[in-house]
Design a protein around this ligand. Structure first.
Ligand SMILES: Cc1cc2nc3c(=O)[nH]c(=O)nc-3n(C[C@H](O)[C@H](O)[C@H](O)COP(=O)(O)OP(=O)(O)OC[C@H]3O[C@@H](n4cnc5c(N)ncnc54)[C@H](O)[C@@H]3O)c2cc1C
Length: 566
């Protein structure tokens, strides 16, 4: 805090400050700016402009020095981020490297981060399934964590609001545990996936394969042209940044939209150190920011503060925001800040072959896959573990690669239109139970390059997760065998938590200030002009990919904040 930059308070004052420009921060910024608030977005990373800062977006495979692979020496230097499937030569520049931003792993945890404009919204797999009351009622029904202070009906209009704007391709499946939304035309299931869907309908009527809903534009092009975006071209090169804006990212959508209002200011390389709490006023008045390049500290002021630094970084900022009123971190009267963190259990998978359906092939690309909505313990408790899992499901058929012979023989071998068997696969997406012992805290000794305490992460699987993995593998094997799939292989890759990239909680929502940090509007109970609308707010995790829910929370919270501004 040595180099204090004392600009006039007026120069640095805004109506609202948003910390983080990623998926949820982009939404907070868009909504605040549209409602007329002068809004400052503080982003610790570098600027990444839509299209012009996507250096690999139009590269052909042979234009990459290593044909897309990450060289061994980079892997060795970056054991954590290298374990992420999307950390490849084409997108590595959007990931935080291990040594740049160290953290303390009390237990092994792979923390995957993207520090730049748009955060991880550039990199995500774009899967967007709504929650239902089977999810929001989970903790109350099954007796864990605390009851959510909201139900599906509270969020439903905000899901619609977000879906319309980001563009969601999907089918109206009419499932009560996976509500339909505002969908653009769906992608298609392959013949192999339709076969399994039909098999389930006849043999396991309560189970179903649907096409996964994903944040891609597949229709209504005129509407999205206003955002400067157009139809998805099925390139499936999304993680490079899409020059068509075919999938949703903050860079292509919410941030430019916010900028168009004239109300947006953005600061990059602005590391938020902490939130300033004014005891006399009894509220937060601004944030302290360290310039990542110069180490200079600046204070910015606003009536409203939205914390959207991504779940664990939001915990870090709140824990580091101490004052004599809040010696354990902002709003931490209950002592639960940093606790009850959970994630998704992605450890297990299964693959197989299918020798039927020889008359069908799969051609072309598709930026999504089949989705197996949760079927365990939905209507009642039926297993010895709590909650359940959803699963990805895909079936495809590709050409046999034959490189035999030389010259003409090789040419003929390579161009022969011969297809192999159907390859079928699934991976599990399990709910984990938030527990007090699953927590993040500030390391008492280790600091980062800007003197901010490093985050100490202590998360692990438990017996419930192990039982769920066993059940997933048993159930999938049973269904695969009955469907006539062969060469079935199951796996539990024993990965550490984190690679699911769905870490949640630590500043959970709840009805009671004694057991939760946020109220039903995502406001800190004891400091209501601070809103937390990223994954930190999540009381439980359910099975669905969570980002759609963060965006809906952000839009809903802004509406509440602006309506209630003094
Ligand atoms: C490969 C991959 C696949 C994924 N697939 C899916 C999927 O299919 N569906 C899904 O729902 N989710 C998916 N996710 C997760 C999804 O990306 C995140 O849930 C989402 O981006 C979280 O939004 P956020 O706003 O909380 O955080 P982010 O998008 O990470 O944004 C946080 C921003 O805050 C900034 N920041 C952090 N600390 C500070 C600070 N101290 N000061 C200033 N700025 C700060 C960061 O630089 C970053 O830009 C995936 C993620 C990855 C990487």
């Amino acid at each position: 805090m040595a180099n204090l930059n004392i600009k006039s308070k007026q120069d640095n004052s805004y109506d609202a400050i948003v910390i983080g420009s990623g998926m949820s921060g982009g939404w907070a910024a868009k909504e605040l700016c549209e409602k007329g608030l002068k809004t400052l977005v503080l982003e610790r990373g570098r600027e990444v402009k839509h299209v012009q800062d996507y250096p690999t977006t139009n590269k052909m495979p042979w234009e990459f020095e290593h044909r897309g692979a990450i060289p061994e020496e980079i892997k060795k230097e970056n054991p954590v981020v290298s374990r992420c499937y999307a950390f490849r030569e084409d997108a590595q520049h959007f990931f935080v490297k291990d040594k740049e931003h160290p953290y303390v792993q009390e237990k092994p945890f792979d923390w995957i981060r993207g520090y730049q404009t748009g955060g991880k919204s550039l990199l995500w797999a774009r899967q967007v399934q709504r929650w239902s009351d089977f999810d929001f009622e989970g903790p109350a029904r099954d007796g864990f964590a605390v009851d959510w202070p909201i139900r599906y009906k509270d969020l439903a209009p905000w899901y619609s609001h977000v879906e319309k704007f980001i563009g969601v391709s999907g089918n109206k499946d009419g499932r009560d545990n996976l509500p339909d939304g505002e969908f653009l035309p769906p992608f298609e299931l392959t013949a192999g996936e339709l076969y399994f869907k039909d098999f389930l309908r006849k043999n396991y009527p309560e189970r179903e394969i649907i096409v996964a809903r994903c944040a891609h534009i597949t229709g209504n092009a005129e509407y999205y042209a206003k955002q400067g975006r157009t139809l998805c071209q099925n390139r499936t090169l999304c993680q490079r940044g899409c020059p068509f804006g075919g999938y949703f990212s903050s860079n292509s959508s919410t941030l430019p939209w916010a900028a168009k209002t004239g109300n947006l200011s953005m600061q990059h390389r602005a590391v938020v150190h902490s939130i300033i709490y004014d005891e006399a006023k009894g509220k937060a008045t601004g944030v302290r920011v360290i310039d990542a390049n110069t180490n200079e500290t600046t204070e910015y002021y606003a009536k409203l503060i939205f914390v959207n630094a991504s779940a664990l970084n939001t915990n870090l900022i709140l824990l580091n925001s101490t004052s004599s009123r809040f010696p354990q971190g902002l709003g931490n009267d209950s002592g639960v800040l940093g606790k009850y963190v959970a994630f998704h259990n992605y450890r297990a998978g299964i693959s197989a072959e299918f020798d039927g359906l020889k008359e069908y092939i799969t051609e072309g690309r598709r930026p999504t896959s089949g989705y197996f909505p949760r079927f365990r313990n939905v209507y009642k408790q039926e297993t010895d573990f709590l909650r359940g899992y959803a699963a990805g499901f895909s079936a495809s058929r590709s050409m046999v690669n034959d490189y035999s012979g030389i010259g003409e023989e090789l040419e003929q071998a390579m161009t022969r239109e011969e297809y192999g068997p159907w390859r079928v696969g699934s991976h599990m997406m399990g709910e984990t139970i938030p527990k007090e012992a699953s927590q993040v805290s500030l390391d008492p000794d280790k600091k980062d390059a800007w003197g901010i305490p490093q985050l100490r992460v202590s998360l692990d699987y438990d017996a419930n997760d192990e039982a769920m993995i066993k059940d997933y593998l048993e159930q999938m094997t049973e269904m695969f065998e009955a469907a006539g799939f062969t060469n079935i292989r199951t796996r539990d890759d024993k990965r550490a938590p984190g690679l699911d990239i769905h870490e949640m909680g630590g500043a959970r929502m709840g009805k009671d200030p004694e057991t939760s940090v946020l109220n039903e509007w995502n406001q800190i109970h004891a400091c209501p002009n601070v809103y937390v609308t990223d994954g930190a707010c999540m009381t439980s995790t359910s099975t669905q990919n969570p980002s759609l829910t963060y965006m809906a929370f952000a839009a809903r919270a802004v509406d509440h904040a602006v309506k209630n501004m003094g």
